[in-house]
Design a protein around this ligand. Structure first.
Ligand code: ATP
Ligand code: MG
Length: 334
């Protein structure tokens, strides 16, 4: 089936006083209609940057798209003018941003903020628009919607603010929803409710979702496919079962070992030793090599290509080279 969104060799940098930050270093990714794609990786791996590049909201002053394309309905979003991107936003692609407190306007009632989103792309008489706001609030599970729409964000709990954000993102029934850590600030119970809500809405509208989280446990509950990001690259991608049961990349092994399973809840968590590379410095070879206990000589020299594991599963590690020694995933995750 043809992809709804197709990212080809995206390379993107931020210019800063400290130098050029190579935040996205050659990303290829496609999103199919109706799928939930999980995007996972440590802080700073480029997840939010990738999502913001798709929806075109990175700061114009210092963002440089150096190479690559983002195809959506015949448009290359990486090269389009703001005027075109504005038309795509909302109805085509919409985003739930990482920090609900800074993305909701504290001086405006929640109802009016959803109203704005409703009115951006369709002209409705105000009684109908108001009706729509009410329905959206109810749909995202906010009780006493007619009272709540008159309140300000600070009068909402964290979970309710996140629901309000979802209502805004859904106001125009987007084809694609980019959900950036939509549950991270919430306690586990509310987190589970929000995930169920997003899954239900996805089923109702058949939209596609890119669900970003640094937590593989959360991703396991939502995603049909999973992409693992490291230092501005996708290092492994596959169906959920490929990633959770047959992962091939040592970085994914590290992430999986750092994720509490149902049986090990409460145990001290493993963390991957070392830190991600400085993206302002040139990277030789595989960016993960310094943290990879299985690294070979070639890892220091050459970037591994994406090796095909199966029709659904790909990973960029020299361990998959036919001549590499066989290495088993650590037994905790097997
Ligand atoms: P987190 O899990 O913490 O949200 P992330 O995977 O979303 O992390 P990004 O926010 O995409 O990571 O950041 C990727 C890199 O780009 C980081 O090194 C970050 O400091 C840098 N970066 C992001 N936005 C900007 C910007 N506007 N200007 C300069 N550098 C930026
Ligand atoms: Mg982020």
């Amino acid at each position: 089936e043809k992809a709804l969104l197709e990212i080809e060799d995206l390379n993107l940098s931020f210019d800063t006083y400290g130098g050029e930050i190579r935040a996205i270093r050659g990303v290829n990714l496609s999103l199919r209609k109706g799928e939930i794609l999980g995007l996972v990786g440590e802080s700073g791996s480029g997840k939010s940057t990738l999502a913001k590049a798709i929806i075109g909201v990175l700061p114009k002053q210092n963002t440089r798209i150096k190479k690559g394309r983002i195809w959506y309905k015949g448009l290359n979003l990486a090269g389009e003018k703001e005027r075109v991107l504005r038309r795509v936003r909302g109805r085509g692609i919409s985003m739930i941003f990482q920090d609900p407190m800074t993305s909701l306007n504290p001086t405006m009632t929640v109802g009016n903020q959803i109203m704005e989103a409703v009115k951006t792309h369709q002209k409705l008489p105000s009684t109908e628009a108001k009706e729509k706001v009410l329905r959206l609030l109810q749909r995202v599970g906010i009780k006493d919607a007619s009272l709540r729409m008159k309140q300000y964000p600070h009068q909402f709990s964290g979970g309710m603010r996140q629901r309000a954000m979802i209502a805004i993102a859904l106001a125009c029934k987007p084809d694609i929803l980019l959900a950036d850590e939509p549950t991270t600030a919430l306690d586990v119970t509310v987190q589970a409710q929000i995930i169920e809500l997003l899954k239900d809405i996805q089923k109702e509208n058949g939209m596609s979702i890119i669900f970003i989280s640094h937590d593989l446990g959360v991703i396991a509950n939502v995603a049909d496919r999973v992409a693992v990001m490291y230092a501005g690259k996708i290092v492994e991608i596959g169906a959920s079962t490929d990633i959770f049961y047959h992962s091939k990349h040592p970085y994914s092994w590290g992430l999986l070992s750092a994720t509490p399973s149902l049986e090990t809840t409460g145990d001290v968590l493993y963390t991957i030793p070392g830190t991600p590379p400085n993206l302002q410095l040139p990277i030789q070879g595989d960016a993960f090599a310094p943290r990879n206990k299985y690294a070979m000589k070639i890892d220091q020299i050459k970037q591994p290509p994406m090796f095909r594991v199966s029709d659904t599963h790909f990973a960029a590690t020299w361990l998959l080279h036919p001549e590499a020694p066989a290495v088993d995933a650590p037994k905790e995750i097997r």
